[in-house]
Design a protein around this ligand. Structure first.
Ligand SMILES: [Zn+2]
Length: 360
């Protein structure tokens, strides 16, 4: 069934796993993506995020990003498991050659260290999307999880958006504050994406997208990829995650004490906390993902919604959507919910392909 489908996901953090762990594309790999799971799931194309923890700001983000890029080269592109692509034509060719088509994005505008020249440099490496913020404000854009500092985008932020338009880089507003998204829509004439965000109406957290913005993004022919993290899918689970953060606050502080200036130790502490936040959480299944897909399709139309799994970047998954090999189950679930095959095709990959094609 999946053979005739294009399966294309807008966000994974596998690059980070590749940098931290040696094994990849082997059967017992601990990542959500490996060659066997990709084959079993029918995944054709993937946007790989180069995510850098904000703790590396302001001086070590470029180094971290380059290390991650290098890990992708060494472990995916050079052995021929996947092909780096920068256009819809390249994507089609890679898939025709039986390769995973790999798009690249930067996750966190802090990575460019406030330099438009560095943005250009990353573009020259083949990176075609940038998520403006992560959990903290950058020096030019507000995050959805931080106290507003710029009331959206400041002057530098607007210059960066204009430059992204000129370069043909897709603007990704996942993690951005609502006001940042509104400012972006005012500055750019291009469609925008929220690569890995859910609906705020269904799960009321600031990290998710409100209906007003879903409508605007959809009207501008943009794309919203639904995130698979249970803590973004269900408010009850999000509350449990926040409780765990409180519970482990003291232990976290002890881990970083005296090392506040050492980003590697701060990063390790974050990775540790990350595994703790899901402790004892309720379970959920792929119907929770479908609920968000349905809602976003209801509000913005079936052409604006798709996958934004966040695989390898989330510490837990729905019980029946544990890695990319489970995509056939999601297809079946969508079909059971009443989506027609043509709509399922759009959701599973065609919408994202059509969105990125506009940047060719
Ligand atoms: Zn993210």
């Amino acid at each position: 069934m999946t053979e005739e489908l294009l399966i294309f996901d807008a966000h994974c953090d596998t690059a980070n796993v590749l940098l931290e762990k040696l094994s990849y594309f082997i059967k017992d790999s601990q990542s959500h993506l490996d060659i066997e799971k990709i084959k079993n799931g029918g995944l054709n194309a993937q946007i790989f995020a180069i995510w850098v923890n904000h703790v590396y700001s302001p001086y070590r983000t470029i180094k971290q990003a380059l290390l991650m890029y290098n890990a992708l080269e060494k472990k995916i592109f050079n052995p021929g498991y996947g092909e780096k692509v920068t256009s819809s034509t390249e994507m089609k060719t890679a898939i025709k050659n039986g390769k995973l088509a790999c798009w690249l994005s930067l996750e966190g505008g802090h990575i460019i260290e406030n330099s438009i020249k560095i943005l250009e440099f990353f573009h020259s490496l083949g990176i075609r999307c940038m998520t403006l913020t992560h959990f903290k404000n950058t020096d030019w854009a507000d995050s959805s999880d931080d106290k507003p500092k710029w009331d959206g985008l400041n002057k530098l932020g607007r210059q960066i958006i204009t430059k992204m338009d000129k370069l043909g880089m897709a603007i990704d507003v996942s993690h951005s504050s609502d006001k940042t998204v509104e400012d972006v829509l005012e500055v750019t004439s291009m469609p925008i994406m929220a690569s890995h965000s859910c609906s705020r109406t269904i799960c009321d957290i600031s990290r998710n997208i409100p209906d007003t913005l879903i409508k605007e993004i959809a009207e501008r022919k943009g794309y919203i990829g639904v995130n698979f993290f249970p803590g973004f899918l269900k408010k009850t689970i999000s509350d449990q995650v926040n409780k765990n953060i409180e519970k482990y606050k003291k232990e976290y502080q002890e881990k970083i004490e005296g090392n506040e200036d050492n980003p590697d130790i701060l990063n390790q502490a974050d990775i540790w906390l990350f595994t703790k936040i899901v402790e004892g959480n309720d379970k959920t299944d792929l119907n929770a993902v479908i609920e968000h897909i349905e809602h976003i399709a209801d509000v913005g139309g079936v052409e604006c919604v798709g996958l934004g799994s966040d695989f390898d970047g989330i510490p837990s998954t729905p019980t029946d959507l544990t890695d990319v090999s489970c995509y056939p189950a999601l297809v079946e679930g969508l079909s059971r919910t009443g989506f027609k095959m043509k709509e399922i095709n759009k959701i599973m990959g065609v919408n994202l392909f059509n969105f990125l094609k506009k940047f060719d």
